[in-house]
Design a protein around this ligand. Structure first.
Ligand SMILES: Cc1cc2nc3c(=O)[nH]c(=O)nc-3n(C[C@H](O)[C@H](O)[C@H](O)COP(=O)(O)OP(=O)(O)OC[C@H]3O[C@@H](n4cnc5c(N)ncnc54)[C@H](O)[C@@H]3O)c2cc1C
Length: 278
């Protein structure tokens, strides 16, 4: 039986895993994706300061030999001293405490099927090389990400109240995406602005990106106190269930970024240690 199972290997889960392991706990991180691959990917996409943080994290993870299992957690039995977590592959893993760090995802996830939906899980920077990129949506904070794509893309067209001043960028202003019609060498994007349909043509290769709202990945945690899908915790990241902690973007808090997720991961590991020592 593990001392602690961590669901999710993003910044929060990895930070929790490293510290819990360093404190002598038997730890397992479960992530549906390849954690190292995702980390490399995020390092690449993040801004300088965050990229450095993630790089340090990757090194520490290696140094401490944190155990990782690739698998999707589909249910968790969390009440009582012995808890268990089930994966889609049918594994049932027992533990004494759980740290939920499963983050958020965009509501709709499509790749190369009309709309290329942005999200850390499925955004590949290579897709933007020499592409004509069409961006839409109002999730402005993520717009910063666009900055790092300026070097790669051939052109960027933005349908949003967010705009960028750059020779490669055409700012259309706020509007609603209507449809994409794909031709052999071109794609036609129709959008609505002030109640009127407008069109813009993109030469191949082209990429469409929607900056949609992110939703917490909390649907399987049915016994948790949730607010709008976010797990409610104390400042020490304790949930309403003893021995279960929530860290990172999955929990209700003010800032959703790498820094605060790392802090949460740290707090969750310490809280798990304290709980297990009781
Ligand atoms: C495109 C994009 C760019 C961003 N850029 C920046 C930036 O430059 N700077 C910054 O500070 N922040 C940035 N952010 C925000 C930052 O990435 C998040 O705040 C941070 O990653 C949250 O960390 P986390 O560990 O809570 O969750 P996540 O990083 O989302 O990790 C959650 C993990 O849980 C896994 N998971 C989910 N459900 C399950 C399940 N059922 N079973 C198993 N595993 C599961 C997922 O695969 C994922 O690996 C960006 C976010 C996006 C989407």
């Amino acid at each position: 039986m593990k001392d602690v199972i961590i669901i999710g290997g993003g910044p929060a889960g990895i930070q929790a895993g490293i510290l819990a392991k360093a404190k002598g706990l038997d730890v397992l991180i479960i992530d549906k994706n390849d954690v190292r691959g995702k980390l490399d990917h995020s390092i690449h996409l993040s801004q300088k300061k965050q990229a450095k943080l993630l790089e340090d994290l990757a090194q520490q993870m290696k140094l401490h030999g944190v155990e990782i299992l690739q698998g999707e957690v589909v249910s968790a039995s969390m009440v009582g001293p012995v808890k268990n977590v089930k994966t889609a592959a049918g594994e049932k893993l027992e533990c004494r405490s759980i740290i939920i760090a499963s983050g958020r995802s965009p509501e709709v996830a499509k790749k190369r099927d009309g709309i290329f939906q942005i999200g850390r899980d499925f955004l590949d920077p290579e897709d933007f090389n020499d592409a004509n990129v069409f961006l839409h949506g109002e999730n402005i904070w993520m717009g910063k990400e666009v900055d790092s794509l300026l070097d790669r893309a051939k052109s960027i067209t933005i349908l949003s109240s967010f705009s960028l001043d750059h020779p490669k960028v055409k700012n259309l202003g706020p509007g609603e995406f209507v449809r994409l019609e794909e031709g052999e060498d071109q794609a036609k994007v129709t959008y609505r602005q002030d109640g009127k349909e407008e069109e813009v043509t993109l030469d191949s290769p082209y990429v469409l990106v929607a900056y949609d709202e992110q939703k917490p990945n909390s649907s399987i945690y049915i016994r948790m106190d949730l607010n709008n899908g976010y797990i409610e915790t104390t400042d020490q990241v304790e949930t309403n269930i003893p021995g279960v902690f929530a860290a990172g973007d999955i929990r209700e808090k003010e800032a959703y970024n790498i820094d605060s997720s790392l802090k949460d991961g740290h707090a969750a590991a310490l809280a798990a240690v304290k709980y297990l020592m009781k």
